[in-house]
Design a protein. Structure first.
Length: 571
């Protein structure tokens, strides 16, 4: 992996032409650093920008005499999208463009759209970069144009350099193959975690073995994961000691959306996703630790400590049991403390039982060990492609459009409107002037909200949409920005072919359906006691090899560990 271009990124960005006031080259009167010559954006020519004091770069600009037509698709742009929405019109007026929103939101409708050859000028597509270019649907995006028109996005790329690895062309580091948006929900907080009926634990006289702090009337937080043996003790008590005090044996133990939960895996000392095993990248489902997890959960199931309906994969069933007080344990996320999750526990419990006590923990850990939790390797969110038929001048206008939708052109009012609607009608600033307050509660997508801004969830937007009172009360546990105690256990995956340098993605795409079906079926049969794990483990691994597992992972062996890639930027 080359590192010279990594070291040059910081120098390139330090000297790039930054539009100071607007945050992008959208306005015709944008400022230029002293001593640099510029033909103003919107003149239909090029911009001469002295990059880091070296040779000048020619940056295309839109034709000022032309009102550009831009077709686009993204999330919340399905069949019920309202043409001419408030947000659509706001963008059109600001950028002198006409926007057509292609009605495609689900993967199926997007597939049909692309197969018909009707790819919009730009949009967010859940497709691999290799596939988009093999189909000749997308065009490269010059890096200098992105630096000029979208400097705020480049600041995040600098902070999280793996985003460069994902998007730059490995054959030409001066251009991007696509661009990512951002969200900080899965990096700085919004952690998967588990919840317990803490009032049941207290009533049953169980010491959970962790320090517990009360952060609200109903919510308590553990400063560490609960050890596996203690977890089993709690589940046994929840099943066999009448925790809901009905005088009946009508409760279950382990409930979850499925058996494959990182919170469970942590208790057996491994991570979900790709792990390092003896210096080699392996998926969790071939590890010896996973084998022990299967045997351990088979024993729990045999003892009646696992809800039999966990195998259905229907999370609403587990929530119903929690809401009906037949289950006292469940898995969701820290973000479920916010009002968007009002129809699921813990908020449903708090509404139904005002005196309930709920304990949040970062997961189960091995006896004497540590929690093993995954976080995303970067805030990269979505894949923004530009149609292969778009020329450079229109590309400049599309990058202005992208910057406007991701960051509100540097204007907090615009940025907030992209998510909340019309200022003064749908929302207003609170007394501090820092947080939007909803005046008109609308579903996402109404008036065009979220349709354009979905992928521009920077730290400010994430704070607006996440920092509700209960969530804020626990920030010292689950916020990276507040040095949260739980964050020390969050680890990025060992390896990922983020630059699409190998055949890993192609092989994975070809075999994943069969592999996952086989892995899930084996897991179910093992936990239900229908097979002997020790007796069948070798044949299980042999079948995975026959399906192509080892060939797939051999490809991943060709790339550097993610931590090494990150370290390369600091050299």
């Amino acid at each position: 992996m080359k590192k010279n271009w990594r070291r040059g990124i910081a120098a390139g960005l330090a000297g790039m032409l930054i539009v100071l006031a607007a945050g992008c080259g959208a306005a015709a009167d944008s400022a230029v650093p002293e001593g640099q010559e510029q033909e103003m954006p919107g003149t239909g020519g090029t911009v001469s920008a002295d990059k880091a004091g070296n040779s000048a770069a020619e940056i295309p600009t839109p034709d000022p005499e032309k009102r550009y037509q831009i077709s686009y698709t993204g999330l919340w742009s399905g069949a019920d999208y309202e043409d001419g929405s408030y947000i659509e019109t706001m963008i059109e007026d600001a950028l002198n463009v006409d926007i057509t929103v292609e009605k495609a939101e689900t993967n199926d409708t997007i597939d049909l759209l692309l197969a018909s050859g009707e790819m919009p000028d730009c949009g967010w597509f859940d497709k691999t970069v290799d596939w988009m270019y093999e189909q000749e649907l997308a065009r490269p995006i010059p890096r200098e144009m992105v630096e000029y028109y979208c400097p705020r996005l480049m600041e995040y790329y600098e902070e999280f350099p793996l985003m460069y690895e994902m998007t730059l062309d490995p054959e030409n580091e001066d251009q991007f193959r696509y661009l990512t948006g951002i969200t900080f929900q899965f990096v700085d907080y919004y952690l998967p975690n588990d919840y317990y009926r803490y009032d049941w634990i207290l009533d049953l006289g169980i010491d959970p073995g962790v320090n517990v702090e009360q952060i609200s009337d109903n919510i308590y937080v553990a400063d560490d994961g609960i050890e596996l043996s203690k977890f089993i003790e709690i589940m046994d008590a929840f099943v066999n000691r009448d925790p809901n005090q009905t005088g009946k044996k009508d409760t279950v133990g382990v409930t979850a959306p499925s058996l494959a939960q990182g919170v469970f895996f942590s208790g057996y000392n491994f991570y979900t996703g790709v792990n390092e095993v003896g210096g080699r990248a392996e998926q969790y489902y071939v590890m010896d630790e996973y084998k022990e997890f299967l045997k351990g959960f088979a024993d729990l199931y045999k003892k009646g400590l696992i809800d039999p309906e966990i195998i259905t994969g229907d999370r609403t069933l587990s929530w119903e049991k929690v809401n009906n007080q037949t289950a006292g344990y469940w898995i969701t996320s820290t973000n479920a403390l916010n009002s968007w999750a009002v129809e699921r526990p813990p908020l449903t419990l708090m509404e139904k039982y005002p005196d309930v006590k709920i304990l949040a923990t970062p997961g189960v850990k091995p006896d004497g060990g540590e929690v093993k939790a995954r976080t995303n390797e970067s805030p990269a969110y979505g894949s923004f492609y530009v149609n292969a038929n778009v020329d450079d001048q229109k590309l400049a206008k599309i990058l202005q459009f992208l910057n406007y939708t991701l960051f509100g052109d540097g204007d907090p009012d615009i940025h907030a409107s992209l998510f909340y609607g019309e200022k003064g009608v749908d929302w207003e600033w609170d007394e501090s002037g820092e947080m939007p307050v909803k005046l008109n509660v609308m579903p996402s997508g109404k008036k065009g909200t979220w349709t354009f801004g979905q992928y521009g969830q920077d730290r400010e937007v994430t704070r607006w949409t996440t920092y509700e009172p209960l969530f804020v009360d626990g920030l010292k546990y689950w916020s990276a920005q507040d040095d949260g105690k739980w964050m020390k256990w969050q680890t990025i995956p060992y390896k990922s072919d983020i630059r699409s340098e190998t055949e890993y993605a192609a092989i994975s795409s070809e075999i994943s359906s069969d592999v996952w079906a086989y892995v899930n079926n084996y897991c179910t049969e093992a936990v239900l006691g229908q097979i002997d794990v020790d007796a069948t483990w070798d044949s299980y691994l042999e079948e995975l090899d026959r399906m192509g597992y080892n060939s797939m992972m051999d490809e991943l062996e060709q790339v550097e560990p993610l931590e090494d890639i990150i370290a390369g930027y600091a050299e």
